[in-house]
Design a protein around this ligand. Structure first.
Ligand SMILES: [Zn+2]
Length: 451
């Protein structure tokens, strides 16, 4: 009941909110023992709320390719740790930093992490480095207030950082749930003080104090999914075939009759349930993906509902923006660059590490970014968009050390290319992998904005 009271207060704009939303099944034997709900987010179903356009990611989804991830968007995050007056409910800096890592592993589908099987949304997160007053910050605030610790007192009206510009995450008792958001972006007051993610303090980070199976940080991944416009995969049960306008409004997640608890497979609507999706209720270590259409809906949400929130990552010199697959060494080839982005300095040196020995490859460049499996995923990830240019000209060889060093003359680029002041170029290394032969692989990719 406390949950409903706080949510109603949060949704200041709405008579429609008086309609009773459907709270999904919350119980599993484990959660019952813990005395917790899985997720306290209450989602109004179709027809109960209907804002004007942008409808591409409101009550329905338009999965147009215009929303395909093509550049990295970075969201600044502020954590508000709400402890009791006696200090209960502290979240350590280490757990906060781990939580940011989990978000990035999951939303970026980083190779070698639990999130690897997912689709790279090209949305990433960082702790805020500047507060609303323009002062340096570590993005973590702590308060001792028992009312706030109990999720009461409308703390957000006192301490929120402008929700148009920051993702505000509060940790406390979360009204008896693992976490919740007060509304989906098209169902509430984006930018109001109440606009936030709330997480149970003990479920934040990796190896969080709550213990298995909810201790690997995926409560926050799930709730940030809501915050970016995602419904539960089981919204409206098996629903209808109109999958962009009913259910979870996503067609590449199969319909699902009920929340799934635990790990494994299930089939509740005649097809495999999306039990590994972050928007189901599975155990933390058994959730490992957003889908391509979920990624598009979230990017649509950032464009239309949260236009001031994210920044385009990578302005300036040498930012890694795209990761690739592990190679036959079990490592991802890493591209780094030293020198200056000032073209007239002409002192760039590109290095590729973690390569198999004595394999050949090319350093490629393009002004367009991409993020698609190369040859169906057997050959890494293509992080460049067309057209791309063979930057290194000749074939390079990783030699006995499994490394590449390449120092280009930036005044004499292939195919008539030039690094104009203010232009951004993207770089990636393609190489043979002898063990995987005849397939190939790619390094991660970085971008440079030239001066
Ligand atoms: Zn939820």
């Amino acid at each position: 009941m406390r949950l409903l009271a706080s949510l109603t207060a949060a949704a200041a704009c709405s008579a429609a909110f008086a309609q009773t939303p459907t709270l999904p099944q919350q119980t599993s034997p484990l959660l019952a023992r813990l005395g917790l709900q899985r997720c306290g987010t209450q989602v109004l179903d179709q027809g109960q709320w209907n804002f004007a356009p942008p409808g591409d990611c409101g009550n329905s989804t338009n999965p147009t390719a215009a929303y395909e991830p093509n550049q990295v968007l970075e969201i600044p995050v502020v954590f508000h740790i709400l402890r009791s007056s006696s200090g209960q409910g502290n979240v350590t800096d280490a757990n906060v930093n781990e939580q940011i890592d989990v978000l990035n592993e999951d939303f970026r589908a980083i190779a070698g992490t639990n999130g690897q099987p997912g689709y790279d949304t090209m949305i990433q997160f960082k702790l805020a480095t500047v507060d609303p007053g323009g002062n340096a910050t570590n993005g973590i605030n702590r308060y001792n207030n028992t009312t706030w610790y109990n999720d009461g007192g409308n703390y957000f009206n006192s301490i929120a950082w402008d929700p148009n510009n920051y993702l505000n995450i509060y940790t406390n008792q979360a009204s008896g749930a693992l976490g919740y958001v007060p509304f989906l972006p098209h169902q509430g007051s984006v930018g109001s003080n109440a606009d936030r993610v709330v997480a149970l303090w003990s479920a934040v980070g990796k190896n969080a104090p709550i213990g298995p199976p909810y201790n690997q940080g995926r409560t926050v991944t799930h709730e940030v999914g809501h915050y970016l416009g995602m419904y539960h995969t089981f919204q409206s049960g098996c629903g209808s075939s109109a999958c962009y306008s009913t259910g979870d409004r996503i067609c590449d997640t199969n319909p699902e009759a009920n929340p799934f608890f635990g790990c494994g497979n299930n089939s509740s609507c005649g097809s495999p349930d999306p039990t590994t999706n972050y928007m189901d209720y599975s155990d933390d270590l058994c959730m490992n993906r957003f889908t391509q259409e979920q990624a598009r809906r979230m990017r649509c949400t950032l464009q239309w509902w949260r236009p001031q929130l994210a920044e385009v990552a990578g302005g300036g010199f040498s930012t890694t923006y795209c990761t690739s697959n592990l190679n036959s060494l079990g490592q991802m080839a890493q591209l780094t660059v030293t020198g200056s982005p000032v073209v007239s300095d002409n002192d760039l040196n590109f290095s590729v590490a973690n390569l198999p020995t004595s394999v050949f490859g090319y350093l490629l460049m393009s002004q367009a970014q991409g993020n698609v499996p190369f040859f169906g995923g057997s050959s890494g990830v293509l992080c460049l968009g067309a057209p791309f240019i063979r930057f290194s000209g000749n074939v390079l060889n990783s030699g006995a050390n499994g490394e590449i060093d390449f120092s280009p003359d930036v005044n004499s680029l292939p195919q008539g290319a030039s690094f104009a002041t203010g232009s951004t170029w993207n770089f990636q290394y393609w190489y043979r992998d002898v063990v995987l032969f005849p397939t190939s692989n790619t390094s991660d990719a970085l971008e440079i904005t030239f001066q």
